[in-house]
Write a protein that binds this ligand. Structure first.
Ligand code: 2HG
Ligand code: ZN
Length: 474
């Protein structure tokens, strides 16, 4: 077997390789091309992976030893989970070493009295959800990629998903965090406590930090009761403003678990790809997927009354209501399969938000930008509109190169983000800034704030070894 020769310009590459090999062996220090390609990228398709090695530690102390070597030899590290991110936050494009947590995936027994679970950062979201379900509890942060995304990555991007309207973001469920900083120190933050008012809470700095302060190695998560008898309605809707009226009415009268929307083109792509039946005979410009708790026949009657009232007002054209668990799941697929289905068109992704009350204004301003700049392209609208979060995906036409397409869309982003900025919204609601959004960060954060972020990074990672070039430039 040949000795791997990493790494991004270390002071003494031979010594680094020898030390990493002594620490991890050939099995857990990978430098073959296939591994570099696999571990060097996330679900973003706008940059080429180019790491110089992949590290697969088993323990926190191995991670601390790796950080020690990185400091000593000037190596950069990219923390890596399930790499399902969409902003390039886990891409290694510049000879870094990928620090994968995939071997650290232990889940401790669920603490029933405390309604919590502690796990290593490499446990997948779905494994954690299953562990909770076995005990009659629920970890409520959920999204289409939960089977492969890992909890460390979820926390590092403060992942959102399809039930935020009811349960909040990942931040709301993390009660304890262990992280190794850029100095190799192990921080044990908040220890699963519900009540702890002892000064600055660094846990919340690591949540959403996108790997720039250090690497998350363990988490304690709060759990809750699963919803009772969730039902799904899909509503055919005429206009975007009607969508928001329907939201207000559902919120007022139902226990809403999710309120998602998608456009007719999104539905068309998903149903064509997966040979799923469309729920309606006729087509409608937009669809809302509403999930609600239906604990009694009164709740079901209430839901039907809401729909009837919305139809009478002309907001809803048509509606279907799930009658079984399998129907509920099939209706969810219409929404959950969109992102994966359209991936074949290398879409340019926008993940923007405002307050919920300003969402109609956001939709109309975005509509104006789309009409002006993208009238010749396929544009797929969908998202968590009940949270004020819109995913606008622009599909790359055949025959246009990825980089030309990206350049064109980036030019339009400035117009789109200016509209977001006017509403004091966010240019990245849930996918993070990573590599792709950093040049636009100023549309959501002031220069003074970005400078403070640099200062915070310098405190936790004085040598700048963790995820360099992500979120902002040094
Ligand atoms: C979703 O809500 C994900 O489906 C992905 O956040 C969104 O692909 C996207 O733009
Ligand atoms: Zn989303």
């Amino acid at each position: 077997m040949t000795t791997p020769q990493p790494v991004n310009n270390p002071k003494s590459p031979g010594a680094v390789s020898a030390a990493l090999l002594a620490l991890l062996g050939h099995e857990r220090f990978l430098t073959d091309n296939q591994s570099l390609q696999h571990y060097g990228r996330d679900w973003t398709r706008f940059a080429a992976p180019a790491p110089s090695g992949v590290l697969l530690p088993n323990t926190i102390s191995e991670i601390q030893a790796i950080v020690g070597l990185a400091r000593q030899h000037g190596i950069k590290l990219v923390p890596s989970g399930g790499r399902t991110g969409l902003s390039g936050g886990a891409m290694a494009t510049n000879g870094e070493l990928v620090l994968s947590l995939e071997r650290m995936r232990k889940i401790l027994p669920v603490n029933k009295a405390g309604r919590s679970v502690t796990c290593e950062a490499g446990a997948t979201t779905a494994q954690i959800q299953q562990a909770a379900t076995k005990e009659g509890l629920m970890y409520p942060v959920d999204f289409a990629s939960s089977g492969s995304s890992q909890i460390g990555g979820n926390i590092a991007t403060n992942a959102g998903g399809i039930q935020v309207i009811r349960y909040g973001m990942t931040r709301d469920w993390v009660t304890g965090l262990k992280a190794v900083t850029g100095t190799g120190e192990l921080l044990e933050l908040n220890q699963g406590l519900i009540k702890n008012n002892t000064g600055l809470d660094f846990r919340h700095l690591f949540i959403g930090s996108e790997g720039i302060l250090g690497v998350i190695v363990e988490a304690t998560l709060a759990l809750t009761d699963p919803p009772r008898n969730p039902r799904v309605m899909v509503l055919g809707i005429q206009t975007m403003s009607a969508l928001m009226q329907v939201l207000a009415n559902c919120q007022a009268q139902l226990t809403v678990l999710a309120f998602e929307f998608f456009s007719d083109l999104a539905l068309e792509k998903v149903t064509n790809q997966h040979s799923i039946q469309t729920p309606f005979q006729a087509r409608h410009p937009f669809y809302a997927l509403v999930e609600f708790e239906s604990t009694s026949t009164a709740a079901e009657t209430q839901a039907l009354q809401v729909v009837e009232a919305c139809m009478a007002s002309g907001w809803v054209n048509d509606a279907v209501l799930s009658q079984s668990e399998s129907q509920r799941r099939s209706l969810w697929r219409l929404r959950e399969d969109i992102s994966e289905t359209i991936a074949q068109w290398t879409p340019y992704k926008n993940d923007i938000s405002t307050t919920v009350q300003q969402a109609p204004e956001l939709l109309s301003r975005v509509d104006a930008v789309v009409a002006q700049h993208y009238s010749d392209l396929e544009v797929v609208w969908y998202g968590h509109i009940g949270d004020g979060n819109l995913h606008l995906n622009i599909l790359k036409p055949d025959g246009v190169s990825v980089s030309d397409f990206q350049d064109r869309c980036k030019g339009v982003s400035a117009h789109l983000f200016a509209a977001v900025q006017k509403l004091r919204g966010s240019i990245s609601a849930e996918h993070g800034v990573g590599l792709l959004k950093k040049e636009f960060l100023r549309f959501s954060r002031t220069e003074a704030e970005i400078e403070l972020m640099r200062g915070v990074k310098a405190q936790f990672d004085p040598d700048g070894i963790f995820n360099p070039g992500k979120v902002f430039d040094p």
